[in-house]
Design a protein around this ligand. Structure first.
Ligand code: IVH
Length: 684
């Protein structure tokens, strides 16, 4: 009898763990919420009746007894950037060329080359030497607060034990990679298999899954490890190079990857890459390439960052993992902006631990370029997080039964005739009322990449759309618990949770909202730039001119035009005003802490500068809040004349503009000059 109950309990635990995983980790539940609740309740009852059978690893023992709580979010004081990739030797040499061009002066560059661990980037904040917060990278600006879980990793010091001679800043933000060893990954999967739980596809997923546990006792059982590779602000510590910085972190008690190498030139970097490629199979953890960093922190500072990645570092990636399989058919999907995207449906194939059954084909031009046919054997590749893609058909394996891929002429969803705009490679459905587009937009809006409204995942949005409860974004804010509970698959609890999540999303930031609206070309990075530039004001963004948008570093003409078109669309205006009517509040962001000594100034450069490239000079002006013009006009407040200035200088003189020598400009950058004077400062 007791044996039967024990078996029953075990079975329930397995079922609950399985469904929790489908729901929380994979966002792909197989049963309805209420069925899950029933299983959970049944287990709770049995454990109450038989306390001797309750174990600490039961799903009922998670924080609060239910796996529903969320992590807090943490705003990183400085964004956690990603890296550009180099896929071969030439691209590494190009990287050095770019650095030299930017810095202009003939500097000799030395580098640090570090293995690129395939784990999870985290930030650890130490206050007076004590670990106070640990977080994930998240979207780069805000991450999830997982301090308790990170504290379970033994190689993360809880207190920095720096020797006497090491000076610690009040706040030190250390960055690095949390990872699982391959042995740990294997053991974990074996354990999960034995417990009839789904296995993790690769060590990276396993590390992420382990760190995102709500119960840190579970994290503690996972063999996680940590390597530090940087700090958020190198200005905080007494180091002049990445090499010294790593040494400093080591002295503070962190592990630094032993395969990190100082490289006196780019050729040594390339050699080290080959070395890592050779030793990779024997390493106890997974690496997917090598990170190359300019060693001098002063040069790193000068090189600065682009929107997503620093100029001073690059990821040299190992060749992608490839496999061959059969192209079964091509589906044509209608995207959020009407783009018709062909998607290859493949015979499932395991590539480096991940089963791939779909691959993107980007656009029809790609089908032609690659000469693909249905039934072809194809070489498929998967590189890191990138969506799998078809490299080429294996022509040797054709047997004549293959068929041509036909691109539809009418929208597969709304039957509207498709168009192929002249200057674009992508066929579109021009009907902005096309149900597929509307649904895609709604799914995007509530998704993690948009407003991140928990409980309104893809399936829920599809259902709400089908039931005509939500047809447009503002409709989401009119949803009531009573609307949801009556729908299939919804329970009182899930309905309440969803409505609470909608409620919480009413207060948002401009970055999140603009990302969620699905404006063409406006992703996470552009949305962040807009938020920063407009101090979080939607009103200001809506009134922006194209010229103004183009002045924002990182926004090009295509994006600027798309933003303008979007906010001028009467349907959009009406939608936004309905949205505001539902009490949506966009929080203004405090102006960046960086001072803007050049605010209101417009610079024009003519002639070449000796100490830096034109590009660097422009960056220096913009980061101080100034603007750069390309034509002489009365608006220009400072003309910087370098060697061999052109006709612009003459024109500038005629207009009586302020003219600076390179030395004057350098002084201004160094803050050695007062306010601008409307008179000639230089010897010209
Ligand atoms: S430096 C500002 N160093 O690679 C530079 N990143 O694509 C960005 N990574 O999210 C980070 N090993 O998760 C750096 N030695 C290393 C790294 C490393 C792995 C990961 C990290 C980051 C991603 C960037």
């Amino acid at each position: 009898m007791v044996e039967d109950i024990k078996k029953k309990i075990q079975k329930l635990r397995q079922q609950i763990s399985f469904h929790a995983h489908r729901y929380y980790d994979l966002d792909d539940p197989l049963i309805a919420d209420n069925e899950y609740d029933q299983l959970f309740q049944e287990l709770l009852n049995l454990e109450k009746l038989h306390p001797e059978l309750a174990t600490p690893d039961s799903p009922t023992q998670r924080v609060g007894g239910k796996p529903l709580a969320e992590f807090n979010t943490v705003r990183h004081t400085r964004p956690m950037l990603s890296l550009e990739n180099a896929f071969n030797q030439t691209e590494l040499l190009d990287f050095e060329e770019r650095l030299k061009r930017f810095l202009k002066t003939e500097v000799h560059l030395t580098y640090m080359a570090e293995p690129k661990l395939d784990g999870l980037a985290v930030e650890l904040v130490y206050e007076n030497g004590l670990l106070v917060t640990g977080s994930t990278r998240g979207d780069g600006r805000t991450g999830e607060e997982i301090t308790r879980n990170l504290k379970t990793i033994r190689s993360i010091p809880l207190r920095l034990d720096a020797p006497e001679n090491i000076q610690l800043p009040g706040i030190l933000e250390v960055r690095g990679e949390a990872y699982l060893t391959l042995a740990g990954f294997k053991a974990l999967n074996e354990q999960r298999l034995a417990a009839a739980e789904t296995i993790f596809a690769n060590p990276r997923n396993a590390a992420a899954g382990s760190l995102r546990q709500l119960d840190s006792r579970i994290t503690a059982q996972r063999p996680l490890d940590f390597f530090a590779y940087g700090v958020s602000d190198a200005g905080q510590i007494p180091c002049s190079s990445q090499e010294e910085l790593l040494d400093y972190l080591k002295k503070c008690g962190f592990s630094i990857n032993p395969l990190t190498k100082f490289c006196p030139d780019i050729f040594t970097v390339i050699e080290h890459f080959s070395h890592l490629q050779e030793v990779r199979p024997a390493l106890p953890y997974d690496i997917d390439g090598m990170v190359v960093k300019v060693n001098s922190l002063e040069l790193q500072q000068r090189l600065g960052n682009k929107a997503r990645s620093p100029r001073w570092a690059i990821a040299a990636k190992f060749a992608a993992t490839q496999a061959t399989t059969v192209l079964q058919k091509v589906e044509f999907q209608v995207g959020r902006t009407g783009a018709i995207t062909p998607v290859a449906i493949l015979e499932p194939v395991n590539i480096g631990g991940v089963v791939v059954s779909r691959a993107t084909l980007h656009n029809e031009g790609e089908i032609k370029r690659k000469g693909l046919q249905i039934g072809d054997h194809v070489l498929v590749q998967r590189a890191g997080d990138v969506i799998p893609e078809i490299v080429k058909p294996v022509l040797e394996q054709r047997n004549g039964s293959e068929t041509i891929i036909r691109v539809p002429e009418i929208c597969p969803v709304c039957q509207h005739r498709l168009i192929l705009p002249e200057d674009e490679a992508i066929t579109r459905c021009p009907n902005s009322h096309c149900p597929a587009q509307r649904l895609r937009l709604l799914v995007h809006y509530t998704s993690k990449a948009g407003m991140d409204i928990e409980g309104l995942g893809k399936k829920a949005m599809e259902q709400l759309f089908k039931e005509k409860l939500v047809q447009d974004i503002p409709d989401i804010y009119g949803l009531q618990v009573a609307d949801l509970v009556v729908l299939e698959g919804w329970a009182d609890k899930s309905a309440r949770n969803a409505v609470a999540a909608i409620e919480a999303s009413r207060e948002t930031t401009l970055a999140k909202l603009t990302r969620g609206l699905g404006i063409r070309y406006v992703g996470e990075e552009i949305a962040g730039l807009l938020d920063e530039h407009y101090g979080g004001s939607l009103q200001k963004l809506m009134g922006a001119s194209e010229e103004e948008l183009l002045d924002i570093e990182g926004i090009g003409p295509q994006t600027a035009q798309s933003i303008i078109e979007y906010f001028h669309d009467p349907d959009v205006k009406e939608m936004l005003s309905r949205l505001m009517g539902f009490g949506m509040t966009v929080l203004s962001t405090p102006k960046s802490l960086v001072e803007s000594p050049f605010a209101g100034w417009i610079f024009l450069f003519t002639g070449s500068l000796a100490a830096m490239s034109r590009d660097e000079a422009k960056v220096r002006v913009k980061e101080r809040g100034g603007k750069v013009a390309s034509q002489v006009s009365k608006k220009v407040t400072h003309v910087v004349a370098g060697e061999k200035p052109g006709s612009k200088l003459k024109k500038a003189r005629e207009l009586g503009l302020t003219i600076l020598s390179e030395k004057n400009f350098a002084d201004l950058l160094a803050g050695k000059d007062g306010p601008p004077k409307k008179q000639q400062l230089s010897i010209f």
